[in-house]
Design a binder for this molecule. Structure first.
Ligand SMILES: *Cc1c(COP(=O)(O)O)cnc(C)c1O
Length: 377
């Protein structure tokens, strides 16, 4: 039986087990599994389903379209969507019972207008910028935001179901920004409560803080990358057992021997110094394999590491087969769980000087996802 050119095999059992382990680690608090960007490349609906099975009480997405796709696929549990632009379809969010984020008074007004059309209150989670300097209401505007939200809540237009924030350095436990953000968040909560708000959900922790910082856990944690089995901590360390869910595999397309002194791939950035048997891997940056890993990253065949030689092209790259004598069609593991000596997404991230998030999320639509379930349940 021949294997496909390439596929990303996603083990939903790993997602389920990672979520269960993370939730146990935080003492059974609510857990919002972040499934934005097609579940970090693992498949939106499949990742969401496995997360729910593992005990995720909430799902988090960036875009309302992602939330609505989950509803269309039959997910009926709590979902928060947090990134909007003017003209956002808040009516559709209310209709679909999706919680939305608000960062500004103007957004609250837009949400409130949609609620009056819908004839029922919108569920809103107010986001405060406690130091990330990205999304969320600034600390300066926060008193106005919570005062306005309180008025709209008393008018029956919205229900403030949550107050939340996001960390700048959750993956660096000793970073001084963490302590400052924890304190700023506590203050922002006090300001919100003084304005009459009583949010049921209070959350701050991304994966890094979920793994390392109990003072950030509040009522709920909001992990993303760790759901997929990758740790954002230095060296991929994790106090919680995590198993990478995605394995990127290709079929070896060609085996041939090049003489000594032969250039390999565009620009001849690699030249053989002896007669070399090479293999052609039919994946490239058109599939999301980072060109920055040219001449640096490894793949594996039967657990044996093989270095990439020469530039990674749009559709293909070349590896030095060394003493390995594979057949065309054999499985080339680009990255995966790493248990058999194969590279991990973390290894690729180091080679390409990026983070594992980008390695898995950028695997493109030309690579089919195949979902498997190695669980016994
Ligand atoms: C992506 C994202 C997360 C998840 O972060 P990880 O580092 O992947 O755990 C949590 N909250 C917000 C607001 C995000 O954008």
């Amino acid at each position: 039986m021949s294997r496909p050119r390439a596929e990303a095999v996603v083990d939903v059992a790993a997602i389920r087990e990672n979520v269960a382990a993370l939730r146990a680690h935080v003492g059974g608090r609510d857990l919002m599994a972040v499934v934005k960007a097609d579940g970090y490349g693992h498949g939106l609906v499949e990742s969401a389903r496995a997360s729910r099975e593992g005990g995720a009480t909430w799902l988090g997405v960036a875009l309302l379209d992602e939330a609505l796709a989950l509803r269309a696929a039959g997910d009926s549990g709590p979902i928060l969507s947090w990134l909007a632009v003017p003209g956002e379809r808040y009516a559709a969010a209310i209709e679909a019972a999706v919680d939305v984020a608000a960062y500004t008074v103007d957004q609250l007004d837009e949400i409130s207008a949609a609620a009056s059309v819908a004839g029922r209150p919108a569920m809103v989670q107010l986001k405060v910028d406690t130091g990330l300097g990205r999304g969320g209401g600034s600390l300066r505007s926060w008193p106005d935001i919570v005062r306005h939200a309180g008025e709209l809540e008393r008018a029956g237009r919205i229900r403030v179901s949550g107050i939340w924030s996001h960390l700048a350095a959750g993956d660096e436990p000793g970073h001084p920004a963490n302590k400052a953000q924890v304190v700023a968040f506590a203050d922002a909560l006090d300001v919100g409560r003084a304005a009459g708000l009583d949010p049921q959900h209070v959350h701050l922790a991304n994966s890094g803080a979920t793994l390392t910082a109990s003072e950030t856990w509040h009522t709920m944690v909001r992990p993303g990358i760790s759901v997929y089995g990758l740790s954002p901590l230095a060296g991929g360390a994790s106090p919680v057992p995590l198993r990478p869910a995605m394995t990127l595999v290709a079929a070896l397309a060609l085996v041939k021997t090049l003489p000594a002194g032969h250039g390999v791939s565009y620009g001849h950035t690699f030249v053989t110094d002896h007669e070399t048997t090479v293999g052609l891997v039919p994946l490239g940056y058109g599939d999301g394999v980072p060109r920055h890993a040219s001449n640096v990253a490894d793949v594996a065949i039967d657990g044996v590491r093989l270095p990439i030689i020469g530039r990674i092209c749009m559709d293909q790259f070349v590896v030095d087969l060394g003493a390995v004598m594979p057949l065309v069609g054999d499985a080339v593991v680009v990255f995966g769980e790493g248990h058999d000596g194969s590279p991990t997404a973390d290894d690729w991230a180091r080679a390409a000087q990026t983070i594992s998030y980008e390695i898995v999320t950028r695997i493109g639509p030309r690579v089919p996802r195949r979902h498997v379930d190695t669980g016994t349940a």
